[in-house]
Design a protein around this ligand. Sequence first.
Ligand code: ADE
Length: 420
Amino acid sequence: MKYDITDIKKAADGVKRIEWASKDMPVLAQIKEKFAKTAPLKGLKMSACLHVTAETANLVRTLKAGGADLVLCASNPLSTQDDVAAGLVKEYGIPVFARHGVDNTGYYRHIQSALNHNPHITMDDGADLVTAIITKYPALAKQVIGSMEETTTGVIRLRAMEKDGILPFPVIAVNDADTKHLFDNRYGSGQSTLDGIIRATGKLVAGSVFVVAGYGWCGRGLASRVRGHGAKTIVTEVDPIKALEAAMDGFEVMPMQAAAKIGDFFCTVTGDMHVIRPEHVKLMKDGAIIANSGHFDIEIDLVGIRKISKKVIKNMRGASMEQYVISDTKSVYVLAEGRLVNLGCAEGHPPAVMDMSFATQALASEWCVKMKGKLPNRVHTPPQAIDQNVASLKLKAMKINIDSLTPAQKKYLSSWDMGT
Ligand code: ADE
């Protein structure tokens, strides 16, 4: 078996971590049991490009139980948990191409290794596999039945490909399922982003001024968690509806130019580029902490900020913080090299929330295979039945019962003639 990981000797620790996470992933466990009986992915080669974490390990074990012949590579150079990668290779026989802290060349070599598997199905977190197929390995597209996409930024990229008419196979936007973005993006990003910032800096959030750039599902989650920690929370936005929602949720809303002068912490969660730029850093206070929790490392214009810095000092409090010295009296501190702070400085979303995202991934893969040849080469939202199924299984696992409609209520909801 070919693989490229940091240290196979870490496997035992990885297995413990994977098993610990599995305790909080009961929905995925049920799907794994079902997949082991029905083998919906039998005979299919799969290449997955995801954050190599304990939660992902439980997803790929589920896909393997469903019959997939699967290889995994990383969707971010800093999120790989080396012990998990080793556990997957040694204990579960899954080829992994991922090393924590890999450089750019190694990162793309791993993507190439995953595609050398000649997949029938691909699974992305950020659309790197689909992009590589389109730009570098177009011949591979012929046998691809479809691809799953995990994250908002990936879906934005894929919709742009659809618009340009270059999408070579159908894509299922798992991110757009309610059981994904309403929970993973909001509660997962909310908790894990704050967790990463606190782990990296050791600073008190209470009483600080915390600027959240972007009020999508991740931004909403982060802003509410930050407020819960007692920070004066400011939201910046470009979308008037989201800005209005943030204001009515009780947050202060202002342009970054104004927020830059007063913030202690800044975190971008927009999916866009250059949200924090040199002109903002010039206005910031000494000691400002800057982080990003959007998928790519371009939300903070680090190239521009480097240009206005006298020097950059690496490894402040460990590898996850860099000091940008702007003047003799002012420095700002950037976390995780501007990459996803929740995965670079913490462990990503907790398993209880990835349970739903990855249950939706597994069921979307099964659906994609069932629909082989029937879906146009577009970006598709997973069917509502998958959402309903995942939500019902999660409620059951949480031992929460809900009401069901009476026959009269059902009739009322499907009629139009019963008014006042
Ligand atoms: N994305 C965010 N958190 C994650 C996690 N724990 N595992 C995999 N992908 C993630």
